[in-house]
Design a binder for this molecule. Structure first.
Ligand code: ASP
Length: 445
């Protein structure tokens, strides 16, 4: 297979996205009453293919994050660097979230979606108790790493992998033996990611057909203002804020970044899960954008867990929308509280579908708004969830590239090479070539 074929995988994924959306909308328009379509196509074929696809992505997440992070940390020559890397990454994650929600609230205050809307919803929303910040910190530390892996608790897995990798780095010869075993594991797991990428066009098509068949477009009409404001700010964040920040922080050409993010964007959009998208985001960051594996394997899973810029955009607009509909006037102090709580809520939002709506309860409670207001926006949340998840992972990748550049962990030639990473999409890797060098991602030593 040559790289022209590989170009076609990216294109096939993009085409299957458009085809999936079209198929869903067509079936909903012309075959909504057909029991056959409902039973055999939507809940049969599409459901099976889509679910298997998401399950296999999720299957990879825990082993991939653990193994690649252990490899990354174990190979760090200078362990003090880890603290610096962590500090920069977390600071940028929080800053980008605060910027995102500030823009969202400014636009929402300007446009005031929900003004003049009548309160006609009889849907109910029961909020779960939000965990305290202290509890969030305590919960980051596992008591049983196997249990953390079994339940897919990402922060606990990250903490354990960091400590484990550090111990490998300082354990002398036995450490080196374990490290080389982990490197081999890493190669194999990345190969699995490659295999999976090849079934992606079918998975994406099935998922989107089913989703767009099921989405209630009527809800969008009645919540048009809210929907459009969230969507517009999400687009501003992805198409303006990230490129500008990337240019300012790293001096790199942001157009290349946007172009190389397309595939991960489609995965996030189709699955509505930052977590399930980790294998693809990591692949994109290392192979296409040229970030060294030791950096990306730390920043990408961390971002998928704590950095939710798109989610905070929805929360910012939703807060203003709910306040307007219920006739509340938020003071400047309350607006600031929303920015702070939504930034923290972003940390507590797991990268799975729909959680942003649950942590919105925390933000509303903080400023005394009725939590039942969430019921008003549930109808359009699924579609927005898809778009905001794509924004979430774009933010993770932007910060990853910026931090890597500042740490000398970015291979600029790979970043600028439009063909970079395309070879890695091949199922049959050429024999005799060192797969390890490529799987490590960056051609940085
Ligand atoms: N689905 C989002 C994500 O995985 C989280 C959310 O906003 O609900 O990033």
């Amino acid at each position: 297979m040559n790289s022209t074929n590989k170009m076609s995988l990216t294109h096939r994924i993009l085409i299957s996205m458009v085809a999936g959306i079209a198929m869903g909308v067509l079936l909903q328009t012309f075959a909504a009453d057909s029991q056959f379509v409902q039973d055999y196509i939507i809940n049969g074929l599409f459901n099976i293919v889509g679910t298997v696809f998401v399950s296999s992505l999720r299957m990879l997440v825990v082993p991939l994050v653990f193994v690649s992070l252990v490899c990354g940390v174990a190979s760090m020559q200078d362990t003090a660097r880890l603290g610096r890397l962590g500090g920069k990454t977390v600071a940028l994650y929080l800053a980008t979230t605060a910027i995102a929600i500030s823009i969202a609230m400014a636009v929402a205050l300007l446009i005031k979606p929900g003004a003049g809307m009548e309160l006609v919803s009889d849907a109910e929303f029961v909020a779960n108790e939000a965990p305290s910040l202290a509890q969030v910190i305590i919960d980051m530390f596992p008591t049983n790493p196997i249990a953390s892996m079994a339940s897919g608790n990402m922060l606990q897995i990250i903490v354990f992998a960091l400590l484990f990798g550090l111990s490998i780095a300082i354990a002398g010869e036995p450490g080196q033996r374990i490290a080389s075993m982990f490197e081999d594991f890493n190669v194999v797991i990345m190969k699995l990611v490659t295999l999976l990428m090849n079934i992606a066009p079918y998975g994406v098509f099935a998922l989107l057909s089913k989703l767009f068949y099921e989405i209630g477009f009527d809800a969008i009409y009645s919540l048009f203002g809210y929907f459009m404001v969230v969507l517009a700010v999400l687009i501003i964040q992805a198409a303006v804020v990230y490129p500008v920040l990337l240019k300012l922080l790293s001096g790199l050409n942001p157009l290349i970044f946007v172009k190389k993010m397309r595939e991960a964007f489609v995965f996030a959009f189709s699955t509505a899960s930052s977590n399930a998208t980790i294998p693809v985001t990591l692949e994109t960051a290392t192979h296409k954008l040229g970030v060294r594996n030791s950096t990306a394997s730390f920043t990408v899973p961390l971002g998928a867990t704590i950095n939710m810029d798109g989610t905070s955009i929805m929360q910012g607009v939703a807060t203003i929308f709910i306040a307007t509909v219920y006739g509340f006037d938020l003071s400047a102090g309350q607006l600031l509280t929303v920015i702070l709580t939504a930034t923290l809520a972003s940390v507590g939002t797991a990268g799975v579908p729909g959680v942003g709506l649950i942590t919105l309860a925390m933000v509303l409670t903080q400023v005394g708004l009725p939590v039942e207001g969430i019921a008003l926006i549930i109808g359009v949340d699924r579609l927005l969830d898809m778009v905001r998840t794509a924004v979430n992972i774009t933010g993770d990748s932007m910060v990853t590239v910026a931090v890597a550049k500042s740490e000398g962990d970015l291979n600029i030639a790979t970043y600028n090479d439009p063909e970079a990473g395309l070879k890695d999409e091949e199922v049959h890797l050429p024999h005799g070539e060192s797969t390890k060098a490529r799987v490590g991602g960056s051609q940085l030593a």
